[in-house]
Design a protein around this ligand. Structure first.
Ligand code: ADQ
Length: 460
């Protein structure tokens, strides 16, 4: 079902990736899906400008038919809300990393203040018939703040990251306050049945909530719908990208540089949730146990740095530099480097060519809301000779991409064995595993996801 022609869509997320004057086409699947709906309904996408400023000036811009409204935050707010509570408290905790979670009152205060700033600034621009869609862990209390402005609109929330088990979440001071805020929404969406299940467990065990039909959950007098609604990629565009001349050139370049060796590809933001160290160690275990197959493979790891102002991200970078250095030092030969480790980003069509040149896509996240790289890898394969996806069972994607070789990324032996199995897998089996995954990625794309969520919200 499409967005009702009369209801405008209002999207609110930490950052806005609407089209820019120098990039008239939106970048990335989420941006493509949301901007299409924003354009059709003449909606607005609100978020932080990404800049520090002295005040909270709201700046409207319209490009390629999409209007965005961005707000500057002060340096202190960025520190407490973004680097602090969002990325040093909620991100690690929701990825099961209690050991990295920082509990600071200032962070929580800054987070709530910034959410209030957003609510106060955005509220006057929302009309009674608008459908409002809030995204991700940066903005959990926003719906509640909008309700305090008297808003009766349909307001939905989608969480892009996992929802943690109750026993972990209760370690967060004021956890109940955070979850209660979610009851201001009409629909709350999760990436997978597992994250939804954890949420339902929390609500029934910690808040005395009761479960009803169709994902309904009631706490006190308030009933919301909590659903699993897995995000997809912009499949059509990605498949087209994998078939461009540029992607073919990239694939040839990669194959030539590999001189007959099979490539294992990893593509991730440099983040501790992605299990990069575990990946390197699993690959090392493969080299160690299979001396005769060493020179048949190499690992290309593309990992652009992210959140560089947060200390745990500086630490992971140093750790990976030394780990890849050690493994290369130990195993490299005059004509072979076991790990090519690249810290930069690439355009979509280049990535598509790289995925297509790979025999193995290796995803080892220790926790991941969905993991779109796994879907991109599947979309980019040559149907006549597809590569093998090795996928961590701890990703949301594992519920959909069941043709992958599933691994436990904490086990180096598991990863090493899967690499061996993938390298030896005959073409017929590779095709038989890949085809249903491809069908899933093609049919359940990012537009399907958006329409499904909006339909649930409109029905609320
Ligand atoms: P992320 O943690 O960022 O997203 P992911 O889903 O893998 O993780 O998406 C990363 C995106 O960045 C992919 O589209 C990928 O191609 C791109 N990317 C990564 N490295 C790149 C590089 N070097 N060059 C160019 N592009 C690169 C969060 C959650 C995920 C969830 C998504 C969407 O953590 O679990 O799947 O949101 O909901």
């Amino acid at each position: 079902m499409e967005c009702h022609p009369l209801s405008r869509l209002i999207v609110i997320s930490n950052r806005v990736s609407a089209p820019k004057p120098d990039q008239p086409a939106a970048q990335g699947g989420l941006a493509v899906a949301l901007t299409a709906a924003l354009r059709e309904s003449e909606g607005i996408w609100f978020g932080w400008s990404g800049h520090a400023g002295e005040d909270h000036k709201l700046d409207f811009e319209t490009h390629a038919g999409v209007t965005s409204g961005t707000i500057d935050l002060t340096a202190q707010e960025i520190d407490e809300y973004y680097n602090g509570y969002a990325n040093s408290t909620l991100w690690p905790l929701f990825h099961y990393r209690l050991d990295l979670t920082e509990f600071e009152r200032d962070y929580q205060g800054g987070y709530e203040r910034v959410n209030r700033v957003f609510g106060d600034i955005v509220a006057p621009h929302i009309m009674p018939d608008d459908v409002v869609w809030v995204h991700d862990y940066h903005m959990i209390p926003l719906g509640w703040i909008l309700r305090q402005h008297g808003m009766k609109n349909r307001i939905g929330f989608f969480l892009h990251i996992p929802w943690p088990p109750t026993r972990l979440l209760v370690a967060l001071p004021d956890h109940k306050r955070l979850v209660e805020a979610l009851f201001a929404y009409d629909v709350v969406g999760f990436q997978s049945a597992e994250w939804l299940e954890s949420f339902r467990h929390y609500v029934t065990h910690e808040m005395g909530g009761t479960l009803g039909e169709n994902g309904r959950i009631t706490v006190g007098g308030r009933t919301i719908r909590a659903i699993a609604c897995p995000i997809g990629i912009d499949s059509k565009d990605f498949i087209a990208n994998a078939n461009t001349d540029h992607a073919r050139d990239v694939k040839m370049r990669v194959l030539e540089s590999g001189v007959g060796r099979q490539m294992i590809i990893g593509v991730d933001r440099l983040d501790y949730s992605k299990g990069l160290a575990e990946r390197f160690l699993g690959y090392e275990r493969f080299l160690q146990k299979n001396p005769d197959r060493r020179a048949l493979v190499y690992l290309l790891q593309i990992a652009p740095p992210s959140r560089t102002d947060v200390e745990s991200y500086q630490a992971i970078r140093n750790h990976l530099d030394s780990l890849s250095g050690r493994i290369n030092g130990q195993y490299a030969d005059i004509d072979w480097t076991p790990i090519r480790y690249v810290n930069r980003g690439y355009p979509r069509d280049t990535l598509a060519g790289v995925y297509r040149a790979a025999r193995i896509g290796l995803v080892t996240s220790l926790r991941d809301g969905m993991n779109l790289v796994a879907k991109e890898f599947v979309a980019a394969q040559d149907p006549r000779d597809p590569g093998v996806l090795i996928l961590s069972r701890f990703t949301g994607a594992a519920e959909q991409l069941t043709g992958a070789l599933m691994i436990n990324p904490y086990s180096a032996d598991d990863i090493a064995e899967a690499i061996g199995t993938a390298l030896a897998m005959p073409r017929e089996e590779r095709i038989a595993r890949w085809q249903p995954m491809f069908d899933n990625v093609r049919d359940h794309d990012v537009t399907w996801w958006r329409e499904r969520f909006i339909a649930a919200l409109e029905a609320a």
